[in-house]
Design a protein around this ligand. Structure first.
Ligand SMILES: Nc1nc2c(c(=O)[nH]1)N[C@H]1C(S)=C(S)[C@@H](COP(=O)(O)O)O[C@H]1N2
Ligand SMILES: [Mo]
Length: 237
């Protein structure tokens, strides 16, 4: 329960509301329209979302700011790269899988306090796609769009070129499930998990950072674990 009420800079989520929603059961988080509406109402005030610990999820919470997201797979998925680049591109899942992959094992850290230790993510370094696209000299930032149609994120170009930022295709050595943002999600290892946009659909190179979904609501755009969002004290967690 702690993560629900912890670290919230907006209106706190009342314990009674939280208990009421949890009482509807974890399975309903993914399926029940009534719970999804309740979930949205809560999530809109708190990036912890209120979600549930899914059975067998190994400590992950399921988060989505939208109530349902259409599934995409090898036949339908594509990722676009455009904006201030010499060579805009669109990649199918098979093409992404054929690129050089990097595997990173770190702790997943949500800004609200929950953590999943030693979690392997694997995918194409974002730097590789930027290199292939040919970033123009005036570019300063990268913007991410999701096929849920709502969530957005952004990084400075310098952050986006780090070798611990991936277009992740695998989580815990399996293809990323739909619930975890598959078939491809952003993975920004050194930052709080809200930077790791699920259901990634598009990458646009831009001239300035535009705050993403949660950042419009007050969370830090530079979301370094341990030194952002007023959590400097947590540097070792
Ligand atoms: N598209 C999208 N990406 C998202 C979110 C979301 O609601 N929609 N939530 C963020 C937050 S706050 C967290 S903690 C993680 C949760 O990822 P998980 O559902 O795989 O645990 O996804 C991040 N990426
Ligand atoms: Mo989060």
């Amino acid at each position: 329960m702690d993560d629900v009420e912890d670290g919230n800079r907006g209106a706190p989520v009342g314990r009674r509301v939280v208990l009421g929603i949890l009482g509807l059961g974890a399975a309903g988080v993914l399926a029940g329209p009534r719970l999804q509406r309740a979930q949205e109402a809560v999530v809109s005030r708190d990036p912890s979302g209120l979600t549930a610990v899914l059975p067998g999820s190994g400590g992950f919470r399921y988060y989505s700011v939208t109530s349902s997201v259409p599934e995409q797979g090898p036949d339908t998925y594509s990722l676009s790269v455009d904006g201030l680049v010499e060579r805009p591109a669109r990649y199918r899942l098979a093409e992404l899988r054929a690129m050089p992959q990097r595997r990173i094992v770190r702790d997943v850290q949500c800004v609200t306090g929950w953590r999943v230790p030693h979690t392997p993510f694997e995918g194409v370094p974002l730097a590789h796609l930027l290199e292939a696209a040919g970033v123009r000299p005036e570019a300063r930032a990268v913007r991410f769009r999701c096929f849920d149609g709502v969530y957005t994120e952004s990084l400075t170009l310098e952050q986006a070129r780090r070798d611990d930022v991936l277009i992740a295709l695998r989580l815990r050595d399996e293809p990323i499930s739909h619930a975890h943002g598959g078939p491809a999600r952003l993975y920004v290892a050194p930052m709080y998990f809200y930077k790791s946009a699920k259901w990634l659909a598009g990458i646009t190179v831009t001239d300035a950072v535009r705050p993403g979904y949660w950042e419009e609501l007050g969370y830090d755009t530079d979301a370094w674990v341990g030194s952002s969002n007023g959590r400097d004290d947590d540097a070792t967690v």
